[in-house]
Design a protein around this ligand. Structure first.
Ligand code: 5GP
Length: 179
C-alpha cells in the first residue's frame, strides 16, 4: 500500500542493517573505555537507534530528545524542543543519533545546548547525510549513507508523520507532497 507512493528505493533494509552493524562495531571500538550516553533525536531516529544499540558491545546509557525545525518538507529555521532529555549531561560523552542531517541546522543548534548543560564531548551519528543542502557545517562522526537531494521517507523518516514504518529508505513521489 505505501509502496505506491515511493518513486525509488535508495537503501534496502538489508543495506541499512549491514551498515548499522559496521557503525556499531566502529562505535564500540571508539568507546570501549568510555560509557557514552546515546541520545536519539525523536521521532525519526527510532529504527536506526535500535539497530545501532543492538550492535554496541559497550556500557552505555540511552535518552531521547524531540526537536522540530520542519513543517511538511520545509525547514522553518528555528529549533523548538518538544520533549527534553531527563538525564544529567554533566561530564557525559554523548553520541547524538539522528535520522538525517540536511541543512545541518538541527545539529548546529542542538550541540551547543548539550555543552551548555555540561556535556564533556558530543559526537554525531546520522543514518543519512544530504550534502547538497548543507548550510551549516557540522563535524559528523558516523554517517550511514550519503544521500542526493531528494525528499526521502522510511526507516523512521516521515512525511507529515506517515511512512516511518517503511522498512527501507525511498524517495517520496513529488505528487504526494505537491497536492
Ligand atoms: P536539518 O536541520 O539538518 O536541515 O534537518 C534535520 C531534520 O530535517 C531531520 O531530523 C528530519 O526530520 C528533517 N528532514 C530533512 N530532510 C529530510 C528528508 O529528506 N526526509 C524527511 N522525512 N525528513 C527530512
Amino acid at each position: 500500500m505505501l509502496e505506491k507512493d515511493i518513486e525509488q528505493i535508495l537503501f534496502t533494509k538489508e543495506e541499512i542493517e549491514n551498515r548499522c552493524a559496521e557503525l556499531g562495531k566502529q562505535i564500540s571500538e571508539d568507546y570501549k573505555d568510555k560509557k557514552p550516553l546515546i541520545i536519539g533525536v525523536l521521532r525519526g531516529c527510532v529504527p536506526f537507534m535500535e539497530r545501532i544499540l543492538e550492535n554496541l558491545d559497550i556500557y552505555c546509557t540511552v535518552d531521547f530528545i524531540k526537536v522540530s525545525s520542519y513543517e511538511g518538507t520545509n525547514s522553518t529555521g528555528t529549533l523548538i524542543i518538544k520533549q527534553d532529555i531527563t538525564t544529567s549531561l554533566v561530564d557525559k560523552e554523548i553520541i547524538l543519533v539522528e535520522d538525517i542531517v540536511d541543512t545541518g541546522l538541527t545539529i548546529k543548534k542542538l550541540i551547543p545546548l548539550l555543552y551548555d548543560r555540561g556535556a564533556k564531548d558530543v559526537k554525531v551519528c546520522t543514518l543519512l547525510h544530504k550534502t547538497a543542502r548543507e548550510k551549516y557545517h557540522n563535524d559528523l562522526d558516523y554517517i550511514g549513507f550519503f544521500c542526493e537531494d531528494h525528499f526521502v521517507v522510511g526507516f523512521g523518516l516521515d512525511y507529515n508523520e506517515y511512512y516511518r514504518n517503511l522498512p527501507y529508505i525511498g524517495v517520496l513521489k513529488k505528487e504526494i507532497y505537491n497536492n
